[in-house]
Design a protein around this ligand. Structure first.
Ligand SMILES: *[C@@H]1O[C@H](CO)[C@@H](O)[C@H](O)[C@H]1NC(C)=O
Ligand SMILES: *[C@@H]1O[C@H](CO)[C@@H](O)[C@H](O)[C@H]1NC(C)=O
Ligand SMILES: *[C@@H]1O[C@H](CO)[C@@H](O)[C@H](O)[C@H]1NC(C)=O
Ligand SMILES: *[C@@H]1O[C@H](CO)[C@@H](O)[C@H](O)[C@H]1NC(C)=O
Length: 201
């Protein structure tokens, strides 16, 4: 199933009972919105690909790997693919939820997925900057959820080659969307992805 179509489908209003307090570690009151930062533990089971590839030892090995991956007609994927594998794991994902004052139970929450080489700040940087996406969403009356992807920022950093793959990243995103109703009462989730964060499987 396409991730973004799943994310943009309506999510049930029920499961509100758990409440924010379980997850909240820090609350910052702003003039017109509140942001809370917390870790969400997500348990996932995901299809991965076993790769016959070790971590680069130094910068020149890394550069050479990226070159082998990106040149036209690269065959590295076929060369290193061993076969399908599976990851069952629980990860702690650093998350931030910002809610505008007066947010209604039928309101929109935006669920953001940043790109590769980025973290949650892609959507939320520079207070009152015209380029701050989160603040623009909040001004439009939407709640917004941002997070550091698996292996990024303050989130858990498992094996970057065997575990941090599109299958695991997608499973983490779906698990987080499923947690949203326990964090906030809302009417609809809209998925927002940038670059690598817009891929589905
Ligand atoms: C990088 O590591 C590889 C493998 O350990 C080694 O052969 C190579 O000489 C190293 N290159 C540099 C520039 O240190
Ligand atoms: C992972 O979980 C799946 C079911 O979700 C199970 O079939 C599989 O055996 C598990 N694999 C491992 C290595 O635990
Ligand atoms: C934000 O926090 C303030 C102070 O705790 C509270 O009065 C206000 O209702 C909160 N707003 C939202 C949208 O939760
Ligand atoms: C998030 O990304 C920004 C911009 O690249 C960087 O300055 C910051 O250190 C990163 N934060 C974390 C927690 O990795």
């Amino acid at each position: 199933m396409a991730l973004l179509s799943l994310l943009s489908s309506k999510v049930s209003l029920s499961a509100l009972a758990v409440g924010l307090s379980t997850f909240v570690s820090n609350t910052v009151a702003q003039t017109s919105f509140n942001c809370t930062e917390f870790f969400v533990p997500v348990s996932i089971s995901a299809q991965t690909v076993e790769l016959n590839l070790g971590s680069p030892h130094n910068q020149s090995e890394l550069t050479s790997l990226v070159t082998r991956m990106t040149y036209l007609e690269s065959t590295i994927v076929d060369e290193v693919t061993v076969g399908p594998s599976m990851v069952n794991a629980t990860y702690n994902i650093w998350s931030q939820l910002c809610v505008p004052d007066g947010f209604e139970e039928d309101g929109v929450i935006e669920f953001t997925i940043h790109g590769g080489t980025e973290n949650h700040t892609y959507f939320n940087f520079g207070k009152e900057s015209p380029y701050n996406y989160a603040e623009a969403a909040l001004k439009a009356g939407h709640a917004i959820f941002t997070y550091d992807g698996l292996g990024v920022g303050n989130s858990d950093k498992p094996d970057g080659i065997q575990e941090v793959q599109i299958g695991t990243e997608t499973a983490v995103a779906i698990a987080l969307v499923e947690k949203l109703p326990s964090l906030l009462s809302f009417g609809k989730v809209v998925g927002v992805g940038h670059a690598h964060g817009r891929y589905d499987n």
